[in-house]
Design a binder for this molecule. Sequence first.
Ligand code: BG6
Length: 487
Amino acid sequence: MSELKQFPENFLWGGAIAANQVEGAFDEDGKGLSISDVVKVVRPEDRKKMKIPFPTTAEVQEALNDTNHKNYPKRYGIDFYHRYKEDIALFKELGFKTLRVSIAWGRIFPNGDDTTPNEAGLKFYDNLFDELNKHGIEPVVTLSHYETPLNLTLAYKGWTNRKLVDFFAKYAETVFERYKDKVKYWITFNEINCILMAPYIGGAFLRDHVAEGELLQAQFQSAHHQFLASAKAVEALHRIIPDGKIGCMVVGMINYPNSPHPDDVMTALNDQRNTFFFTDVMTRGHYPAYMTSFFKENGITIQKEAEDDAILKNNVVDYVALSYYMSSVSARPETEGEKAAGNLLSSLKNPYLEASDWGWQIDPKGLRTLLNMFYDRYEKPLFVVENGLGAFDEVEDDGSIHDDYRIAYLREHIKEMGKAIEDGVDLIGYTAWGPIDLISFSTSEMSKRYGFIYVDQDDYGNGSLKRSKKDSFYWYQKVIETNGEEL
Ligand code: BG6
């Protein structure tokens, strides 16, 4: 037994998944296509050349004409749409207090701009939330997790267009009304700051929607629209579900300076603002002062309407949710040095850290520091809604999977969360990413596995889809059972 006793009694232990990575059934029961349904898989041999997708209209058209769905694994996922009962039974066995899921916007409004919602889509989530509640598993629901309806990309240029604010607000109101008795915890946009590194996935606009040299302008204008959409959802949530809670969610990145050189320190601070800018706006209700000079230096002008400042000011979030996988090292531009292979944001290699098979630099202590930084800044409840190790797993002849590397990763991160709670941080829960193996966000591979539950499916969409328990399943079960005391 470790000496940990830090986790509060009602701590929300669980896991997190997203519709686009698990559901499959991409065109069933009236669902419209989402931006993720046209993202092509990165085959293992191309992993090294991998780039975050930022397609053109022609490339999307090509994907639409390609009926070989095996090239687009998010179209079939892990068939959660048909197997959710079996999967939830396993989550129950794990002892989950909560499951974070997302609603695929296009199941509710297939084109994003429809006047009436799709009843079959609404019904699916009724059934899903009922099943969770039946097992005493609290749903935490993300409204937008890389699932913007593709029509909003093709017909409106995604979030560059202000019209999406009201489409999103209508979608949010619709699901709040429908599920007000079933869901109390909500999140507006998954990793809203990812628009800076993945403009298509985050902002739903295409490469040819943006004129040469205008990318930053498009990214920040889109972010402004998402802030408004998020604030309108916050307003609606507080009106429709007064006992509900709604949070924002960011990629939780901590940026270390490469050295004590003052220019490295300033660079790290600026990089840190790639995260804090987003949480600052959504928790404080206004743009932070430091953005004024950034916008000026980069020739960015945010187009605002008269009411925007009040919308942001009056509708701040109840809690701050974050994902945390790795940390980053920032250096002044002239610095030479080896880059970390897989960091989403450019980072130097940190000589003190190991990296995952995908080059993500593993840093449990960074999580404690980052939680403290967030809490110092906002004094709002925090929720770690994603964390985990993407790794290759091997199935032994007897079917067992000995994923001690995953246990080690999670153990160290949970320890550091415990210390953060001792530091005084108000942390309300932890949902490990991908408690069941799912399709990777960045590469659409299956072999980058996060789960406690193994899914028999390979990178080419072959397999029985049978679920089985890894060693980490029994380990996490114990962690939850002992409320984090036995790690
Ligand atoms: C987060 C996303 O960025 O990281 C998830 O919110 C994603 O959707 C997770 O799956 C892990 O990334 P990847 O690329 O390993 O699946």
